[in-house]
Write a protein that binds this ligand. Structure first.
Ligand SMILES: Nc1ncnc2c1ncn2[C@@H]1O[C@H](COP(=O)(O)OP(=O)(O)OP(=O)(O)O)[C@@H](O)[C@H]1O
Length: 248
């Protein structure tokens, strides 16, 4: 049995105009424990919809998702979710944000040492008492990652967390994600528009096509870690993905 199994999943809705819409159709794939998988595809192909179903935020009209054999029917602290924007509470400091989920689970005497540990490894020391609008975009996203990771999730869902960052900061946060994945072996699923980001981080890349969203191909990415963005193998993999995505 695979760790995460997405079986025959379709998401169908009636939009605000009463029109029937099939957003994703008959999605099937599995993810091994500790694996890093990326989802890529054109805008609107249903990547976020699929991630929301895996998180339990939405339920599919057809099919099911199981994690370690348990059917996912609602969100759980065991499945972290980091958004492109707005994963942090603006009214809480960085420290309070990172600790808030832990406090909800462990109560008032929650493990402050663990929060300190994540402040340290995310390079947020000196900024723990700042509010999200007082730190850089990269720091805010590192804090958002810490906020999920501090709960030691079985599965971390990353919905373009680097998407709104400038190129330098994006690489910096990619390196943090890579380091955390190497150290903690947390199973991760990343939605991204950035082919290089998918190649840099993931062991398999699931390519989707739109209207409705379907799986076009799942590409194995066996380049040795840490990956070199300018190696000929990296560029070959990029070319292959561009072909699958029909880039001219
Ligand atoms: N609740 C909803 N009501 C109406 N339409 C929806 C709803 N949820 C998703 N959609 C539509 O379904 C399609 C897929 O949306 P989704 O956000 O999952 O795609 P995506 O691949 O993540 O897009 P992007 O790459 O632009 O973030 C889009 O056309 C979107 O407008």
């Amino acid at each position: 049995m695979a760790f995460l199994e997405v079986k025959d999943v379709s998401r169908e809705i009636f939009n605000n105009n009463g029109k029937y819409l099939k957003i994703i159709d008959d999605i099937n794939f599995s993810v091994a424990d500790g694996e890093f998988l990326s989802l890529i595809g054109p805008s609107g192909c249903g990547k976020t919809t699929l991630l929301r179903v895996i998180s339990g935020l939405d339920n599919p009209e057809k099919g099911e998702v199981t994690l370690a054999g348990e059917k996912i029917v609602k969100p759980s602290v065991s499945r972290g979710y980091v958004f492109q924007h707005g994963s942090l509470y603006p009214w809480e400091t960085i420290r309070q944000n990172i600790g808030s989920g832990l406090q909800a689970v462990q109560g008032k005497k929650f493990d402050q040492k663990l929060v300190d540990h994540f402040i340290e490894i995310m390079g947020l020391k000196g900024f723990e008492d700042a509010y999200p609008n007082q730190v850089s975009g990269g720091m805010a996203q590192r804090a958002a990652l810490a906020r999920s990771l501090v709960l030691n999730p079985q599965l971390l869902l990353l919905d373009e967390p680097m998407g709104a960052l400038d190129a330098f900061t994006r690489v910096d946060v990619q390196n943090i994600v890579y380091k955390i994945w190497q150290e903690k072996k947390t199973t991760m699923i990343l939605v991204t528009h950035d082919i290089d980001e998918a190649i840099y981080l993931s062991q398999r890349i699931l390519v989707m096509t739109p209207h409705p969203g379907r799986v076009k191909e799942i590409v194995r990415n066996d380049l040795p870690f840490p990956r070199k963005r300018d190696s000929s193998e990296f560029l070959e993999t990029r070319k292959r993905l561009q072909q699958i995505l029909n880039f001219k």
